[in-house]
Design a protein around this ligand. Structure first.
Ligand code: SAM
Length: 241
């Protein structure tokens, strides 16, 4: 399915659909206990909760409670609040809140890009592996940073300039190997979400607060020229030995 986004409500629906597909891709199903690391505003948490259903559980972890209100509101709106527990903790050490082998699937979506200390990425991957059950999956989803056109390239660059740091795919697979995850796969998932030029510019207009106005303006021109596709995701998965 391909989405042409003209308003923010449609964007929320399209992202939910995408993240539901993602939950299935990483093998989440009915009745499982899943950990969502770096849950943020809860977009991925909702999809995981809908997928595990009433008999399952989602433990949603975030170092910050900045988005807690929006997170709770989103869970309520989608009728999944009872399935989810929020845990405020730094993913580098979850020992106090999650024992070994807590989860059937340990997952994250667009989490590592926001690490304040990117050098901690390997330790965090190791911690994600620790809380997963044996023979089960750890699945890390990040934005694909190989853009398909100049507008996508500018979108990624703006994220980088705002402090996000995207790991190279080989750094991530290496960290997964060192965390003793086996059978490592990298799968590209196309989003098929296209922003209308106006919406994309409105969504990204906040960029002017942080970035040089010329950069934001040139992004607007690129979006006019190419449209703007939400970049593809890369799903890194491995099995705990
Ligand atoms: C882009 S948001 C996540 C988006 C969300 N997963 C989704 O799909 O809708 C990244 C989140 O990671 C959290 N985060 C960053 N570093 C963290 C850490 N060390 N431990 C736990 N959470 C962290 C941030 O607070 C932020 O809420």
């Amino acid at each position: 399915m391909s989405w042409r986004i003209t308003d923010t409500e449609l964007l929320e629906t399209a992202l939910l659909e995408l993240k539901l597909k993602l939950a299935q891709t990483i093998g989440v199903h009915d009745g499982m206990t899943v950990v969502d690391v770096g849950c943020g505003q809860g977009g991925f948490t909702v999809s995981l909760a809908k997928t595990v259903g009433e008999k399952g559980r989602v433990l949603a972890v975030d170092v910050s409670d900045e988005y807690f209100e929006e997170f709770t509101e989103r869970l309520s709106r989608h009728g999944v609040k009872r399935i989810v527990n929020f845990v405020q903790a730094d993913a580098i050490n979850l020992r106090d809140v999650m024992p070994d082998e807590t989860a059937d699937v340990v997952a994250s979506c667009r989490f590592l890009e926001e690490l304040k200390q990117p050098k901690n990425m390997p330790k965090i991957v190791k911690e994600m592996a620790r809380i997963g059950k044996r023979s089960r999956k750890v699945a890390i989803t990040e934005l694909c940073t190989e853009p398909e056109n100049e507008a996508e390239e500018a979108y990624i660059r703006l994220h980088q300039e705002s402090g996000d740091s995207f790991s190279e795919p080989h750094e991530l697979t290496e960290a997964m190997k060192r965390a003793k995850l086996a059978d490592i796969h990298v799968e590209k998932v196309e989003t098929n979400i296209w922003f209308s030029p106006d919406l994309a510019k409105r969504n990204l207009s906040h960029a002017q607060v942080w970035f040089d106005a010329d950069v934001a303006k040139s992004l607007g021109q690129l979006i006019d020229k190419h449209g703007m596709k939400y970049p593809a995701f890369l799903v890194f998965s491995g099995t705990k030995e």
